[in-house]
Design a protein around this ligand. Structure first.
Ligand SMILES: N[C@@H](CCC(=O)N[C@@H](CS)C(=O)NCC(=O)O)C(=O)O
Length: 226
């Protein structure tokens, strides 16, 4: 099986797929497709021109959730989706929550405005960042802290796609310099620490941190305007 993942490591959705690939010990190549400036021919891979997309021989799969589900069926070990219908539904709900509720306020507001805009030579808007940080993101973190309910992992205290999807968005906030308050959200804070220390994540995470530092220095990006 020869797998090619299209995208860039700092995308939370690409990261989600990379963690799943690493957990399953599946080798792959990464083809650096930079979002928002994708070449025209990338439409043949993904008509939405979004990353990630995965090529497995003749098969092309788009969207991180669909890709991760494909990988789970392709290589069931290490299992990242619960078997039990109730737990599975909860894991899928939390993945959807991360991708479609948390991402719009974290990655697409804070990370996009603070880190991506300067690289695209677009002005960033501090008011969007401040609104996200002060008003939009805390209710998500309250909800997730509650869902974690003192456990190490979100669903049945077993590592799953839910943990990966949520942490991937929080990592983009961390890359942007968002101070995740360990006093206010101790469970989530601990969850992020534990996830980034996993064997499947640790090296990737420190490589990403170095990438972010390079981008910040190259585009003279300072602290978040909080
Ligand atoms: N639901 C999609 C979201 C993918 C997504 O929005 N990717 C961003 C980069 S983080 C992108 O490619 N944006 C380019 C665009 O919207 O044109 C997934 O899970 O794969």
């Amino acid at each position: 099986m020869s797998l090619t993942l299209h995208g860039v490591p700092l995308s939370p959705f690409v990261r989600k797929v990379r963690i799943v690939l690493a957990e399953k010990a599946l080798p792959y190549e990464i083809n650096m497709v930079v979002p928002y400036v994708t070449p025209q021919e990338y439409s043949q891979i993904n008509p939405l021109r979004k990353i990630p997309a995965l090529e497995d021989g003749e098969t092309i799969i788009c969207d991180s959730a669909v890709i991760c589900d494909y990988l789970e069926h392709k290589k069931p070990t290490t299992a990242l989706y619960p078997d039990n219908p109730t737990d599975r539904a909860q894991a899928l709900w939390l993945e959807k929550y991360a991708d479609y509720e948390l991402a719009p306020d974290s990655t697409f507001k804070v990370f996009f405005q603070h880190i991506v805009c300067p690289t695209l030579k677009k002005p960033s808007d501090p008011a969007i960042i401040q609104d996200a940080v002060n008003n939009l993101i805390p209710p998500h973190l309250d909800y997730l802290e509650n869902q974690l309910n003192g456990q190490q992992w979100f669903v049945n205290n077993t590592f799953s796609i839910a943990d990966i999807a949520i942490a991937c968005q929080l990592i983009n906030l961390q890359h942007a310099g968002y101070p995740l308050d360990g006093q206010r959200w101790p469970g989530l804070y601990q969850h992020l620490q534990q996830l980034t220390q996993r064997d499947s994540v640790a090296d990737m995470h420190s490589a990403e941190q170095q990438m972010v530092e390079k981008v910040k220095s190259r585009f003279s990006i300072g602290d978040l305007p909080l």
